[in-house]
Design a binder for this molecule. Structure first.
Ligand SMILES: [Zn+2]
Length: 496
C-alpha cells in the first residue's frame, strides 16, 4: 500500500507522517505521589496537601496503583516491562506547576509494543516507543473580560501515563482508529475512563509532510497539535494541518533542516476547525532532566507482574475475532458486546450454560440492554437478570418449553421479581405447551365447534387453516407451541 497522496490543486505528491503522544489519566483513589483524592472537578484547591503544593520539606511517596496501571496497559500493548524503574525531574517554570518541575520518567517502565488498528478491512500495527509514568499539572483559568488568572491545584499530582507512538500513522483516519483503539484498551483494562471531553484522555499529534518533487524529498517542519478533545477534532485538525503545511512549503520552501524549521506547538480550535500557532518548541536539554532524588528506583516483584499480566486477559480485538468465528455473531453483535468488558464477561458467563450463542446475544443486546437502559441500570446492577437466568430463559425457548410470547412475559417477570424462569413457569401456570395430548385436546374442541371451517379447508380455502390455527391458539390462551400446534392441526385435518 502506497501512502503517497497527490494534492489536487498543485499536483504535488506527499506522504503524511504522524506520531501520537497521549496522556491517560489513571483511575485511582489518590494522586500519584501523595494521599490527596484523585477525582474530577469539585471546589478549586480543595484536594491539595503540602506534598502536591510543593511546600518546603514535603516529600513524595509513590502510589502503587500508578505502577499497576502502567504494567497493565503495557501488557495490553505487548510492551517489554522493565523490572527496574525510577523517576526523573523535568524542570520548567509554569504557574500551574507548583514545584517548578514535574516528576516523570526518562527511562520508561514499558518500552516497545504496538497498537493494532483495523481500517477498511486491513490491519496495521502502530508501534510504540513506550509508555511512562508521570504526574499531571494544575489548571490555569484566565477570565476573558478582566484578564485575571486563577489557579486550581486539584489536578496537580494526578497520576498519568504517557503513551508515545512511532511516527507510523499515515493519515487522519488512521489517527482516529489509533485513538479509538487506545481508548478501548484504557477502558478495557479498567485503568482509566478514557473521557476525552473532561481531559482524562488527551491526544497530541506530531505531524509533518514528506513532499516528493523532482526526485527530492522535502520534510516540512513538525507541528505538534494539542487540544483535540474528540475523534472528530482529531480528523479535522490533521486534515487542516496537512493543507496548511503544503501551502506553507509552497510559499516559503522551509523544511525541518532550515534554521526556521523548528518544531512548533499549535492548538486545535473547534469553532474555526483550524489549528492555531501557540509557541516554538524548546530543545530537549531545556528541561534539565535529572534523577528524582526523593524516590528510589523500584524493582518490580516477578509474582506481582505475573498476576497483573493475567488480569489483563484476552484483548477486545482478539475477543471479537474469536466470538465471530466461533459463534457466528455479526460485526454489530461483537462490537456491541466488547464495547464494555462487563458486558462481554456477562455474555461469556451465560454462554457456559446456554445452547444457542446467537439467540443469547439477541436477548442480551436487545431485550436486556433495552430494559436496563430504560430503568437507568447497568449490566452489573444487582437488579439485572443474572447470566444464569438469561441462559435458562434462552434454553427454555430452545427446548420449545415456552413460545416467543411466553418468553417475553417470563423475561418481564424475571426482571421485576429476580426469580428463576423454571420457578416462574409454574407460578405463572404456563402449560407444558409441547405436550401433544394437551394440544390435541384443544384441536379436538376447535374442530368440533367449527364444522364449516373444516369443509372450507376441504374445499381448498387456505384461510380456513389460518382461522382454525387462531382458534387453537386462543383456546390454549396463547400457550401452545405454534409450530407443534400447526403440525398437529394439519395432521388432524387430513384425517377428517
Ligand atoms: Zn496532595
Amino acid at each position: 500500500m502506497s501512502n503517497l497522496f497527490t494534492d489536487s490543486t498543485s499536483g504535488l505528491q506527499y506522504k503524511v507522517v504522524i506520531g501520537m503522544e497521549s496522556h491517560v489519566q489513571v483511575l485511582s483513589q489518590s494522586k500519584a505521589f501523595c494521599g490527596c483524592a484523585n477525582s474530577y472537578g469539585g471546589i478549586p484547591n480543595s484536594r491539595t496537601c503540602p506534598s502536591c503544593l510543593a511546600l518546603p520539606g514535603a516529600l513524595p511517596r509513590v502510589n502503587k496503583r500508578l505502577f499497576e496501571a502502567a504494567i497493565m496497559l503495557g501488557q495490553a500493548f505487548g510492551c517489554t516491562i522493565n523490572k527496574q524503574t525510577g523517576f526523573a525531574r523535568k524542570s520548567y517554570s509554569y504557574p500551574d506547576l507548583t514545584k517548578g518541575y514535574q516528576i516523570t520518567q526518562t527511562a520508561p517502565i514499558c518500552t516497545g509494543g504496538a497498537i493494532e488498528i483495523e481500517l477498511d478491512g486491513g490491519v496495521k500495527h502502530i508501534h510504540l516507543v513506550g509508555l511512562h509514568m508521570e504526574e499531571d499539572v494544575g489548571k490555569t483559568l484566565k477570565l476573558e473580560d478582566s484578564g485575571e488568572i486563577y489557579l486550581d491545584y486539584n489536578r496537580c499530582g494526578a497520576p498519568l501515563l504517557e503513551v508515545v507512538s512511532q511516527p507510523e500513522i499515515s493519515n487522519a483516519n488512521e489517527a482516529v482508529a489509533y485513538a479509538m483503539a487506545l481508548r478501548e484498551l484504557v477502558r478495557y483494562t479498567g485503568i482509566g475512563n478514557g473521557d476525552m471531553e473532561e481531559g482524562s484522555l488527551r491526544l497530541d499529534a506530531n505531524i509533518n509532510l514528506h513532499i516528493h518533487k523532482d526526485g527530492q524529498v522535502y520534510k516540512t517542519p513538525i507541528a505538534e497539535v494539542k487540544n483535540m478533545n474528540s475523534f472528530k477534532a482529531i480528523k479535522q485538525a490533521i486534515n487542516y494541518e496537512i493543507s496548511r503545511q503544503l501551502k506553507e512549503w509552497q510559499e516559503t520552501g522551509i523544511t525541518m533542516s532550515h534554521p526556521n524549521g523548528i518544531k512548533t506547538t499549535r492548538r486545535y480550535d473547534d469553532s474555526s476547525e483550524s489549528t492555531i500557532f501557540m509557541r516554538k518548541k524548546g530543545i530537549l536539554d531545556d528541561y534539565r532532566f535529572c534523577p528524582e532524588p526523593d524516590l528510589k528506583t523500584t524493582t518490580l516483584n516477578a509474582e506481582w507482574l505475573k498476576q497483573l499480566q493475567a488480569k489483563v486477559g484476552e484483548l477486545p480485538l482478539a475477543k471479537r475475532r474469536r466470538l465471530k468465528a466461533s459463534y457466528g455473531l455479526s460485526d454489530f453483535d461483537v462490537e456491541t458486546l466488547t464495547a464494555e468488558r462487563e458486558l462481554v464477561n456477562y455474555y461469556e458467563e451465560a454462554l457456559n450454560a446456554c445452547a444457542n450463542p446467537k439467540r443469547l446475544a439477541n436477548w442480551l443486546l436487545t431485550e436486556l440492554l433495552g430494559k436496563l437502559k430504560t430503568a437507568g441500570l447497568t449490566i452489573t446492577s444487582p437488579q439485572s437478570i443474572p447470566p444464569s437466568g438469561l441462559a435458562a430463559l434462552v434454553n427454555l425457548i430452545e427446548e420449545g418449553k415456552v413460545n416467543g410470547k411466553q418468553a417475553k412475559e417470563l423475561f418481564e417477570v424475571m426482571f421485576s421479581t429476580g426469580k428463576e424462569p423454571i420457578i416462574l413457569i409454574k407460578e405463572l401456570n404456563f402449560t407444558n405447551v409441547n405436550d401433544e395430548t394437551v394440544i390435541k385436546s384443544f384441536i379436538a374442541e376447535v374442530l368440533a365447534e367449527n364444522p364449516q371451517a373444516i369443509s372450507d379447508y376441504a374445499a381448498g380455502k387456505s384461510n380456513a387453516l389460518k382461522f382454525l390455527m387462531g382458534m387453537v391458539m386462543k383456546k390454549s390462551k396463547g400457550q401452545a407451541n405454534p409450530e407443534e400446534a400447526s403440525r398437529l392441526l394439519e395432521a388432524e385435518l387430513r384425517r377428517e
